[in-house]
Design a binder for this molecule. Structure first.
Ligand SMILES: C=C(O[C@@H]1C=C(C(=O)O)C=C[C@H]1O)C(=O)O
Length: 254
């Protein structure tokens, strides 16, 4: 997001960051779709890794998150690990990120939900069946998708903070009443959601098209189905972002 002092972050700036994050999500899906499902990646019995029990995917994610934690990744309030328990401490100088969010934000991490959605619903819908043996690369692409989707959904904390500051008199009574229904109505902008769904489908068509030098490009053939990308936002990314917004707002006056 554009550099701003912590007290003048605008909803426009936050939305611009969400729009930019769409590119990362669409590209990560395109890169995962280069590989078939590669089932052994997720099969705990595929490899017996000394000192570890679980799938290659889990091994890859836990090991990667440990290295990235030591490199300071999770000092950034925008980043959320999938396996937060027992992560090693950062080994690098602490960067002073602007303190925008209420401290309660630290307790919000819905990556378990995101993990389950990704592997049980999304992945089977956009990759082809099959096995090409590239299990480590497959795990790496999966993690890139997970991290991009997680960052976007947890950005809901910043969206909620900006909305709260802009309309405190409307939000406070609903927060004090722990009124999720009213909070949902206050924070929902249906027009924005419709734009998001249309734009991500257009990005999937634009970024995922087959580019040919002649003008005989395969019209209508895309690396990832734009309908699936739009459906990901409609069914998961947007609802879970709003869930994070509400979870954050309910703690905002703690
Ligand atoms: C993120 C926002 O909050 C809500 C969630 C949106 C989304 O996840 O795309 C869009 C509009 C709002 O309903 C926002 O207002 O920009």
């Amino acid at each position: 997001m554009a550099k701003a002092e912590h007290n003048n972050v605008t909803l426009r700036m936050v939305r611009d960051s969400l729009i930019r994050q769409e590119d990362t999500i669409v590209y990560s899906l395109i890169e995962r779709a280069r590989f078939p499902l590669n089932p052994p990646t997720y099969d705990p019995s595929y490899a017996s890794i000394p000192g570890f029990s679980g799938s290659l995917l889990e091994f890859f994610v836990k090991q990667t998150e440990a290295v990235q934690a030591k490199a300071g990744r999770y000092d950034n309030p925008e980043e959320h690990p999938f396996f937060p328990d027992n992560l090693p401490p950062s080994l690098v100088p602490h960067y002073k990120y602007p303190e925008v969010l209420h401290p309660a934000a630290m307790s919000i991490n819905i990556n378990k939900l995101i993990w389950d959605m990704y592997f049980n619903k999304l992945l089977p819908s956009f990759v082809s069946p099959g096995d090409d043996g590239n299990y480590a690369l497959t795990a790496a692409r999966d993690l890139e998708c997970l991290q991009a989707i997680s960052r976007r959904i947890h950005y809901g904390k910043l969206v909620a903070e900006v909305k709260f500051r802009d309309e405190r008199k409307d939000y406070e009574p609903a927060i004090r009443a722990q009124d999720r229904f009213t909070l949902t109505n206050l924070l929902t902008f249906t027009n924005v959601e419709e734009e998001v769904k249309k734009r991500v489908a257009k990005k999937a068509m634009t970024f995922g098209q087959e580019v040919k030098l002649g003008d005989d490009g395969d019209k209508g053939k895309y690396k990832v189905d734009p309908v699936i990308v739009s459906g990901l936002y409609a069914d998961w990314v947007i609802p879970l972002t709003k869930e994070v917004e509400i979870d954050y707002l309910l703690r905002r006056l703690d």
